[in-house]
Design a protein around this ligand. Structure first.
Ligand code: NOJ
Length: 554
C-alpha cells in the first residue's frame, strides 16, 4: 500500500509556528526544534506552507524566488537540515507548490512588464481589455499597467499575477523547480489552487452579473487543459520520485475529483475539496464567504458521504476541517468554552475514522480556538480587502455583520501564533509577535496539554495510533447511519465481518440514540471515547454533550 494512505499529515504555517531568533516571525529552525514534539504526537508527514523568498503580500503565497528560502525564515541550509532531521525521525516533508501565480516581484514578472516584446511577456496573461472576473481578494482580477497599457490577470492580489500555463516554457520552469526540491529530499507537494492553472483563454464574461461588476464562478477553475497539464507534470516529474501529492481544488465535486485522483489516471494522489467547508456560506450570495448561515449537520453528513462513497476504491480522500485558510473548528462548529475539549475531540474522532489521509493543522491537536480581535488587529489581506470593499466602500454589510463573520470563519483565526506554554507570547517568540497571540494561551497550550492525560493532544495521538495499527480504517467501506438524524453523526466502517462504529453527538444537548437492529451493540467493545465511560442500554446509547465514541466488533 502507498505510504501516504497510512499517513497522518501535520500542516505547519511557519510564520506562526516557532520563532528562534526573536524577530516575532516563526522560522525553519523553529520547526526543526519541534520535531520531537511532532514525533511524540505520532504524525508521519509535515506539510510546510510556503517558505520561499517572497514580499509576503499574501504571507508567502506570492513567491519571488522558488529556489531560495525567505531570509526571515532562514537559509537554504536550514531547510536542508530540517529535511535531514525530519527524515532521521521517520517524518517526511511535503512543500507547498504555488504554480498558479508568482509575486509581481519575481524576475519573470519584472521582465514581462518591461515591454510587449519581452521574452517573458507571455509568461503571464496580458490583455487590452478586462472582463468581469473578480479577484478572490475583492475587486477585479485585472490590473492596468500604465507602461504598456495593458491589463494583467491576478485571481488573487494584484501582487500575485497569474502564470500562463499555455506557454510550455512556464510549465518547464515549474517542473524544474519541483525537481530542484525533490532532489534535495522533499517527499511531495501540496499544490496551491491547482484547479486554476488552466484558464478559459477566451476570457468570457460571467453572465450572472453585469459586465462592470465582478464575479467569481465556474470560469475560475477547471479550465479545459487542466488534466493535460497534470498528466504532463506527472510524466515529467512526479512519476520519477517516490512522492505524494495533494492538490487544492476549489470547484471540485466528487465526480470531477476522480479526474485528479483516480489511481489509473496518473495525475495526483488526492485533492482538497471545499465542498464540506463551504456549507455554512449562503449559497449564491453576492458577498461570497462572508455571508454565513448555520451549518446544517445533515448536509455536512451528506456531503462527506458523497466524497467517501465516490472515491472509495477509485481515488483517495484528504480529510480536513482546519488549515491556514479556515477558522478553528471548535469555534466555528463546536463549543470553544464549556465543551472545548469535548468538542475538539469529537471533531477529531469523526474526521480521523473516515477513509482517506487526515490532516492536522498546527494547534488543532491542542484544541486552539478562534481569535476574537478588533479589525485593526488582523493582518490578512483577504480580511483587510473585504472590509474595505464590503463595509467601507460598497456598504453591503455593517461593520458588526462583517466582524461576526470574521470571528467565525476568517483565515487569521488559524494563523495566530502556536501556543507552546503560558510564558509571555505563549512561548512562540521572545520578540513582538507579527500577529497577536490568542489571549487564551494561558489555558490552551502544548505544555499544559502534555501534562494532562485527558487533553485533546492525547486524543489525537490515539487517533493517529489507530490509523497506524488498524488496517480497517484505511481500507473499509464507509456507511452513514441514520443519515437524517439532526443531532448525531454516526457511521460504520465495514470490512467483511469486521465492523467499526463511530457515534458522535454533534451538539451540547444530551441525547439518546437508538442504533438499528443490524448492529448488536453487545458484540462491540469501546475503542476510544472523549468521556471516561459510555452509557447504553440494549441498543440505545445515551450521549453526553459532544460525546464521540468508537466501537468495534473484532
Ligand atoms: C490558497 C492558499 O491556501 C491561500 O492561503 C492563498 O491565499 C491562495 N491560495 C493564493 O495563493
Amino acid at each position: 500500500m502507498e505510504w501516504w494512505k497510512k499517513s497522518v499529515i501535520y500542516q505547519i504555517y511557519p510564520r506562526s509556528f516557532c520563532d528562534t531568533n526573536s524577530d516575532g516571525i516563526g522560522d525553519i529552525k523553529g520547526v526543526t526544534s519541534k520535531l520531537d514534539y511532532l514525533k511524540e504526537l505520532g504524525i508521519d508527514v509535515i506539510w510546510l506552507s510556503p517558505v520561499y523568498e517572497s514580499p509576503q503580500d499574501d504571507n508567502g503565497y506570492d513567491i519571488s524566488d522558488y529556489r531560495k528560502i525567505w531570509d526571515t525564515f532562514g537559509t537554504n541550509e536550514d531547510m536542508y537540515e530540517l529535511i535531514e532531521e525530519a527524515h532521521n525521525r521517520g517524518i517526511k516533508i511535503v512543500m507547498d507548490l504555488v504554480p498558479n501565480h508568482t509575486s509581481d516581484e519575481h524576475i519573470w514578472f519584472k521582465e514581462s512588464k518591461k515591454s510587449k516584446d519581452s521574452p517573458y511577456r507571455d509568461y503571464y496573461f496580458w490583455k487590452d481589455e478586462k472582463n468581469n472576473w473578480g479577484s478572490y481578494f475583492s475587486g477585479t482580477a485585472w490590473e492596468f499597467d500604465e507602461k504598456t497599457e495593458q491589463y494583467y490577470l491576478h485571481l488573487f492580489s494584484k501582487k500575485q499575477p497569474d502564470l500562463n500555463w499555455e506557454n510550455p516554457k512556464v510549465r518547464k520552469e515549474i517542473y524544474d523547480i519541483m525537481k530542484f526540491w525533490m532532489d534535495k529530499g522533499v517527499d511531495g507537494w501540496r499544490m496551491d489552487v491547482i484547479s486554476s492553472i488552466s484558464k478559459y483563454t477566451d476570457f468570457p464574461n460571467y453572465e450572472e452579473v453585469s459586465p462592470d461588476e465582478n464575479y467569481i464562478g465556474d470560469y475560475h477553475t477547471n479550465g479545459p487543459r487542466l488534466h493535460e497539464y497534470l498528466k504532463e507534470m506527472n510524466n515529467e516529474v512526479l512519476s520519477k520520485y517516490d512522492c505524494m501529492t495533494v492538490g487544492e481544488a476549489p470547484g471540485s465535486t466528487p465526480e470531477n475529483a476522480l479526474l485528479f485522483c483516480d489511481k489509473d489516471r496518473d495525475e495526483l494522489n488526492m485533492i482538497f475539496t471545499f465542498d464540506h467547508m463551504d456549507l455554512d456560506a449562503k449559497k449564491g450570495s453576492s458577498i461570497g464567504k462572508w455571508d454565513l448561515e448555520k451549518l446544517d449537520l445533515v448536509e455536512l453528513k451528506e456531503t462527506l458521504n458523497l466524497w467517501q462513497k465516490g472515491l472509495h476504491k477509485k481515488g483517495w480522500n484528504s480529510l480536513y476541517f482546519e488549515n491556514h485558510d479556515q477558522a478553528r473548528v471548535v469555534s466555528r462548529w463546536g463549543n470553544d468554552r464549556e465543551y472545548r475539549v469535548e468538542s475538539a475531540k469529537m471533531f477529531g474522532t469523526i474526521l480521523h475514522m473516515m477513509q482517506g489521509t487526515p490532516y492536522v493543522y498546527q494547534g488543532e491537536e491542542i484544541g486552539m480556538v478562534n481569535a476574537y480581535y478588533e479589525i485593526d488587529e488582523y493582518q490578512d489581506i483577504e480580511i483587510r480587502n473585504a472590509y474595505k470593499d464590503l463595509v467601507l466602500d460598497r456598504k453591503k454589510l455593517t461593520k458588526d455583520e462583517f466582524m461576526k463573520a470574521v470571528h467565525t470563519i476568517s483565515r487569521d483565526n488559524a494563523r495566530t501564533p502556536m501556543q507552546w506554554n503560558s510564558k509571555e507570547h505563549a512561548g512562540f517568540t521572545e520578540g513582538t509577535p507579527w500577529l497577536k497571540v490568542n489571549p487564551r494561551y494561558d489555558e490552551i497550550n502544548v505544555e499544559e496539554a502534555l501534562k494532562d492525560k485527558n487533553s485533546v493532544f492525547y486524543h489525537y495521538k490515539k487517533l493517529i495510533e489507530l490509523r497506524h495499527t488498524d488496517d480497517l480504517i484505511t481500507e473499509a467501506d464507509f456507511n452513514l447511519i441514520d443519515k437524517d438524524n439532526k443531532s448525531i453523526f454516526a457511521y460504520e466502517r465495514r470490512l467483511d465481518e469486521k465492523s467499526l462504529l463511530v457515534v458522535a453527538n454533534f451538539y451540547e444537548e444530551e441525547i439518546e440514540f437508538e442504533i438499528g437492529n443490524e448492529f448488536k451493540l453487545d458484540q462491540y467493545t469501546l475503542v476510544l471515547s472523549n468521556y471516561d465511560e459510555y452509557n447504553k442500554y440494549e441498543n440505545t446509547i445515551k450521549l453526553k454533550p459532544y460525546e464521540a465514541i468508537i466501537l468495534k466488533n473484532y
